[in-house]
Design a protein around this ligand. Sequence first.
Ligand SMILES: Nc1ncnc2c1ncn2[C@@H]1O[C@H](COP(=O)(O)OP(=O)(O)OP(=O)(O)O)[C@@H](O)[C@H]1O
Length: 403
Amino acid sequence: MSIIIEARDIRYRYPGSREAIRGISFHIRPGEKIALVGPNGAGKSTLLQMFNGMIRPDAGTMLFDNEPIRYDTRSLRQLRRRVGYVLQNSDRQIIAPTVYQDVAFGPANLGFDEPAIRRAVALALQYVGLEGFERRPPHQLSGGEKKRVAIAGVLAMDPDVLVFDEPTSGLDPAGSEDLMELLDELHHDGKTVIISTHDVELAYPWADRAILLLDGRILKEDVPDVAFGNTEYVRRAHLSVPTLLELSQELGRRGFVQPDHKPRSVLDMVYILEHIHHEACVHPTPGTISVCNVDEVETSSIAAWVNDHPGLAIGAMGTRAKQCATLEDLTLEFTYGVIDKCILRALSGQDSLILTSSSMAGRVVTRVEAYCWESRTTITVLPWSMMNQAPKEGLTNEEVKEG
Ligand SMILES: Nc1ncnc2c1ncn2[C@@H]1O[C@H](COP(=O)(O)OP(=O)(O)OP(=O)(O)O)[C@@H](O)[C@H]1O
C-alpha cells in the first residue's frame, strides 16, 4: 500500500504552553481526500503545519513519501514544492503588491527561470479562474478571490499534496460551494487533498476519510459515515451528526431503511426513500442530461442552444465551465454536486445541461451509469455532438459515449 504522508507517534508543545499534539499516528495515501475535523483548539492547524515541515514535532517522526522529513533549508524547500499549504487567513499568505507577483513568488523561490515562472503563473491563475487579475493589488479583492490567489500561489509550484486550513472560513455559502468544487477538481486532477474544518456538513459528503481530533489526540479515524455516525464520539468532539446521516439513523430506528445504508447526498437519500416505498419514484419518462465540453465548443453556440431550450436546468463543473457561463450570461442553477443534482432532475422528468471542461467530461457518464446500474433506471446522457438530434429510443450511455 503506498503512503504519501505518515505520522508516527508525534508530539508537539508550543513554547510555554500545554502539549498541542499528544502522540498521534496515521497515514494518508496518494489521491485521498482527508478531512481533519475537531473543535477549536483540537490541534488541527498544528498538525497540518507538520505536513510541510512548518512545525517540527518534539517527539515521533513525520514522513513524506516514506522518508522521514528533514528540516534543513534545502530539504524543506523540496518538501514545500510537493506539499502546498493554504492558510486559513489569505491576508497572511498573500504578501506581494500584485496578484502576478504573489503567485510568482513560489516558483521564483524555487529557482524557475522567467519564462517558466510566467507559464506557471498563467496556468495557476487559469486553474482558479483569475486570468486578467495579474496586475490587481490583492488587498482590493474579495475574500473568495483572495483565497483563490492564495491557492494559485501554491498551485504554481505544482505540488502533489494540497493542505487547506479551514478552506471555507469567511466565504459565503455560494463561495464555499465554489471552493469545494475547486478542491474536487484538484482531487480529480490527481492531487491528494487534506482539509481541516469543524463543519461536519461540509466534510461528511466530501471526504474519503475523516480524522476526528480532540485535545491533540485522534478520537476516531474512519470513513465519514462511521466517524460521524457515532454519537458518542461526535458529542465528545463538540461536533454534530450530519443532517443526512441523522435522518437515515432516525429512519433506520423506525425500521424504514437498513441501518447500514448511509446516504452521502440528497440523491442517495432519494434512492433510500424509493426503497421505503418499494417502487422507484422515477418519472415515467426520465429527463436527459446534456453534456457540453466548453473546451471544444464555441461559447456563443452554447448560448444559442440554451436559448432554443427554455426551462432547462444548467449546471457547471469546474472553473472554466463557470467562466463560460458568466461570459454568455447563462444562469447556473447548480455549481456544486452538479451531476447528482442533474440526476435528481432527470428522475422527475426534467432535462438539464452540464457545462464541463475536458478533464471532467467523462465523470458525468461514469456517475450517471453507476447510479442507473444501482437503481435500475435509465437516464440518457447526450454529448454536444448529439444534442441537436432527438434522443433515440433505448439509447444506452455506452452508445452515447461512442457517439
Ligand atoms: N502560537 C501558539 N502559541 C501557543 N499555543 C498555541 C499556538 N498556536 C496554537 N496554540 C495552542 O495549541 C492548541 C492547538 O491549537 P490549534 O490552532 O492547532 O487548534 P485548531 O484545532 O486548529 O483550532 P481552531 O479550530 O480554533 O483553529 C490550542 O490549545 C492552542 O491554544
